[in-house]
Design a protein around this ligand. Structure first.
Ligand SMILES: Nc1ncnc2c1ncn2[C@@H]1O[C@H](COP(=O)(O)OP(=O)(O)OP(=O)(O)O)[C@@H](O)[C@H]1O
Ligand SMILES: [Mg+2]
Length: 514
């Protein structure tokens, strides 16, 4: 291991390796950052928190040279840096794990890891050696359980892409490494491996930056926490000097006391009924959602929750059983069929499955309602803009206008665009898979109140979430899944974290297979 770059990691006082002073950055009329200071210290994890659009990813992209700041100064080991290209920051030991890893689609994991790695170029000429080295490096961190060196880039899941991106950075033995919401695409096992890796890096004296919306991760990993709001620095605190409520207050700057406010009326007729439904992944599912009800689906990773949702919306085939929408039997052959039947779906992987990144906020919002807006063959642009504007305001989507490209929105605001599309569609049933993943506390509260409001308007809502407090807070009834089956149904009064977990760990398929 090349330790020489790390021993002199602390050229400034207090072990500061990287310091950013008074950083400013704007994109056209949008001020993304003003006067932001950040310090990353050797052997410490500094969390960077803030609501969606606060400027966290922009700050990290400035550290790498992906973006050039309008003002301010960056120092690494006490020396002023002016990166104009990410290759320059890599060369001096600074790495950022992006929110959206770029993977070369047609080459293997091993090649993806070592392309561009400093001092490893020789490996790229010898496939056997390359794969051996990749296998060994993956095994060092336990990632060999997640991804194999031979897999081709285009076949990787979101979690595997993230692991490849992390490995790329770690083998370069960086002095500074920053993670941008790494766990938003990771399952529990991968997350646990990542936390172990971060602890190793810390003990080796690396300066770590960590962006996340998840409080429990922050309190588990961070030594210090820097909070941004609206592109400005709110402050930096040692973990011991702050707590959950304090951080929320710093991030949001407003009171969030009604986080789970609910006013539910009596449920109406069923909007969807599944009777003994099976697919390739799930078996014998009985499930009902009534008008005005919020129904939760809980379960561990791999329990079949997302597969069930995809079957409901016609994205995966139902192999047996009956599906009734508003009492009538249906058989969907594609998501277009379910949309026509009044079902809206916000999938888990919103980037890949729900949004057209290269199109505007307006296009993405009106997508599902174009037939409704049309007068003859003609859809008026003015009408589209009005509709889009209504939802941008209602959901407080942070964008300069409805004509902004979705790819330029922050992650949480992209999720709001997906929700806006289905609000505009006024569906009978809305299926939400992990609706608040990557969404900050303030926007979460807004999304909860939107869900509540929709239920009051008589929409039936089916929510999959890995966050138990979310399931408990939202659901009138919760179905728990394990091993592709429903292992229990809990009414609001019976549902607790313990009762859900007990059912989630009852894997009937595993015992049936014995
Ligand atoms: N390339 C770009 N072009 C235009 N605007 C941009 C660009 N990149 C970022 N922005 C804007 O700058 C602001 C800060 O965005 P940034 O992505 O840094 O937020 P974030 O804190 O990472 O949010 P999230 O938690 O949602 O990921 C947002 O208003 C965003 O729309
Ligand atoms: Mg971001």
């Amino acid at each position: 291991m090349n330790a020489s770059t790390r021993t002199d990691n602390t050229a400034e006082p207090d072990g500061v390796v990287l310091s950013a002073r008074q950083i400013g950055k704007h994109f056209g009329p949008i001020v993304a950052l003003t006067g932001v200071d950040l310090e990353l210290r050797a052997g410490e994890v500094t969390a960077i928190m803030g609501e969606n659009g606060a400027g966290k990813s922009t700050l990290l992209k400035i550290l790498t040279g992906d973006y050039q700041p309008d003002s301010g100064e960056l120092r690494l080991g006490g020396e002023v840096m002016n990166f104009t290209d990410p290759a320059q920051s890599r060369a001096v030991g600074l790495r950022v794990i992006a929110q959206e890893p770029e993977i070369v689609p047609h080459v293997s994991v091993a090649e993806n890891i070592y392309v561009g790695a400093i001092g490893h170029q020789g490996l790229l000429f010898n496939r056997a050696k390359l794969e051996r080295q990749a296998a060994a490096d993956l095994a060092t961190y336990g990632f060999d359980r997640i991804v194999s060196p031979q897999t081709i880039g285009s076949q990787l899941s979101a979690a595997q892409r993230q692991v490849v991106e992390i490995m790329r950075a770690v083998i370069d033995k960086p002095r500074v490494i920053c993670f941008d919401e790494p766990t938003s695409s990771l399952g529990d096992e991968e997350s646990a491996l990542l936390f172990a890796l971060i602890n190793t890096l810390r003990s080796e004296g690396v300066a770590v930056g960590y962006v996340s919306h998840r409080m429990n991760e922050i309190f588990r990993l961070a030594d210090r926490i820097t909070v941004l709001r609206d592109g400005k620095l709110v402050g930096t605190k040692a973990k011991a000097d702050t707590d959950h409520n304090d951080l929320v207050k710093m991030m949001v700057g407003r009171d969030l006391s009604q986080l789970f406010s609910r006013e539910r009326q009596v449920a109406g007729d069923p909007v969807i009924e599944l009777q003994d439904v099976s697919t390739d992944d799930v078996s014998n599912i009985d499930l009902t959602v009534r008008a005005g009800e919020v129904v939760g689906v809980a379960g561990l990773v791999g329990a079949g929750r997302s597969e069930l949702m995809k079957a409901i919306v016609g994205d995966l085939p139902v192999t047996s059983g009956t599906v009734l929408v508003k009492g009538k039997p249906v058989r969907f052959h594609s998501p277009a069929d379910s949309i026509a039947a009044g079902i809206g779906f916000a999938p888990e992987e919103r980037k890949a499955e729900a949004l057209i990144m290269q199109r505007t906020v307006r296009d993405n919002i009106v997508l599902a309602i174009l037939p409704k807006l049309a007068r003859g063959f003609f859809v008026s642009e003015k009408r589209e803009k009005q509709v889009a504007k209504t939802y941008v305001d209602q959901l407080r989507i942070r964008t300069p206008s409805t004509e902004q490209l979705v790819k330029n929105l922050s992650g949480g605001n992209q999720q709001k665009v997906v929700l806006a599309r289905w609000l505009a569609h006024s569906p009978a049933l809305l299926v939400l898979d992990e609706p608040t993943r990557g969404v900050d506390v303030g926007a979460k509260a807004e999304i909860y109140s939107i869900i509540d409001e929709l239920a009051q308007q008589g929409v039936g809502i089916l929510v999959v979430s890995s966050e138990l407090p979310e399931v408990l807070g939202l659901s009138d009834r919760t179905y728990v899944m394990a091993g592709g089956r429903i292992t229990g149904t809990l009414d609001r009064s019976e549902a607790t974290e313990e009762s859900i977990l007990a059912l989630a760990m009852t894997d009937t398929r595993a015992s049936a297979a014995l």
